[in-house]
Design a protein around this ligand. Structure first.
Ligand SMILES: [Zn+2]
Length: 253
């Protein structure tokens, strides 16, 4: 998503000014209504005329900038700013506009309790991997990422954990900072807006930061995720390569 700072400032200014437009229109309308209902018995004296003129001028001055911004704004920039990501990649855009993407078939539960998996990712066996419990929009974006990873880069991906209950989040935090830094409701997992993913090679889960093939995969996965407006944990100071979430806020995996 590429939105220039100027465009953001532009839209922000417009949003902040909107109440002023509404207020001035309201004041002008009620003033006119009052004059219609109770016409002044005698003409206003010069002092009253000056006050009326000053009030009208103030209203105009308040309403002019936001009106100008509204008229002059570059239209294509607003959707990109307004939570709807402008997707440049035609393949991803087509995927997101087409039919609902279906989740891949689940891996057998044993795949998540293998010794090497447990070593990399403790307490994974009990994790929730139900795509239905994820936010719909987030799930679709993540499935588009899976699709691109498979079709374009040859990586098969698997969901390790999606929704996470607040109780489980606290249990993970209690296990230590190498497992999670976030307590209950401090992670997007509790809102169905985050997922941890890994790769499948020869039918086995690969969760590794030492495997060059996996590291290349994480990089591509991060790029694809960011191209659909998600935040990738690989960019955090506490790097979490398999983690993606929708919407940026100050929470950690
Ligand atoms: Zn996570």
């Amino acid at each position: 998503m590429q939105v220039s700072r100027a465009a953001c400032a532009f839209v922000l200014m417009e949003r902040t000014m909107l109440p002023f437009i509404v207020a001035s229109v309201f004041v002008a309308a009620s003033g006119a209504g009052w004059l219609l209902l109770f016409p002044p018995k005698r003409k206003p004296n010069p002092r009253q005329r000056r006050m009326l003129l000053a009030a009208a001028a103030t209203g105009l001055l308040a309403a002019a900038p936001p009106l100008l911004v509204r008229l002059l704004r570059p239209r294509q920039m607003v959707p990109a700013f307004d939570d709807k990501v402008h997707i440049e990649d035609p393949q991803i855009a087509a995927l997101l506009q087409g039919e609902q993407l279906a989740p891949p078939p689940p891996l057998p539960p044993l795949a998540f309790s293998a010794a090497e998996v447990e070593l990399q990712r403790p307490m994974l066996a009990q994790a929730d991997r139900d795509w239905q419990r994820l936010d719909k929009d987030f799930a679709q974006r993540l499935l588009a990422v899976f699709n691109v990873m498979r079709e374009r880069h040859g990586y098969e991906m698997a969901l390790l954990e999606g929704y996470r209950s607040p109780e489980r989040q606290d249990r993970l935090a209690a296990a230590g900072s190498h497992v999670s830094n976030a307590r209950a409701f401090q992670s997007f997992h509790q809102y169905g807006l985050a997922a941890d993913c890994a790769f499948i090679r020869d039918g086995k889960l690969v969760i590794s930061e030492r495997d060059p093939w996996a590291m290349r995969g994480y990089q591509l996965y991060g790029e694809a995720a960011e191209s659909v407006g998600m935040v990738w944990g690989g960019r955090w100071s506490m790097m979490d390569f398999g983690h993606t979430e929708l919407r940026a806020r100050d929470t950690r995996a």
